[in-house]
Design a protein around this ligand. Sequence first.
Ligand code: F6R
Length: 229
Amino acid sequence: MQIVTVKSYSELSTLAAKLIAQQIKSKPNSVIGLATGSSPVGTYEKLIEIHKKDGLDFSQVTTFNLDEYCDLDRKHPQSYYTFMKEKLFSHINIASKNINFPDEDFDKYEDEIKNCGGIDLQLLGVGNNGHIGFNEPADVFQNKTHRVHLAESTIQANARFFNSADEVPKTAITMGIGTIMAAKKIILVAGAEKAEVINKLKKETVSPQFPVSILHYHPDCTIIYSSSS
Ligand code: F6R
């Protein structure tokens, strides 16, 4: 695991998008794992720019999103499906049949990833409590895609996207830690507001109470951290 510290969120986004574009150029039918939340928004903006200016071709790319809320219609403005459509998919030439989100059929999601040859590159953000995907701090690492009860701190953090914390779904489906770790390459983007998490990650030994720490064991993981906003 290497931590690359850059000076600004814009630099972080440019670098993450460049690495994803390199992956797609070297393998046009790449399988890319995607994250939602604020952290990757700039990366998606830069990818759209590369698509529009340099013709980066997504026509053969397949995507698997990390997570999705339960009990929220796909068309809900705060569903992760809507988020991805607005922030990336509707601006690039990805085929809608190649876009995947987890649902209650956990085994099917795992099989679909395997049938595509596995994830070539997984993009991640990190929660203030160290969660990746929605793998919250716990006594054990959950390996596969599963349903999770969101931590109170995650509900509070995500309330900014809803009218109130009460509206934030309490459960979600997330790829498991094993699903994420099986990706051939991982890029995690963390802005300046994640300074504490990144410092803890540098020091902390691997523990399911701090899920992001598992990335110490990944053979090809780059954390892009911006020291200011
Ligand atoms: C979302 C996801 C989450 C977020 C994390 C950080 O798909 O997987 O782990 O990456 O909650 O969210 P932001 O970027 O909004 O701080």
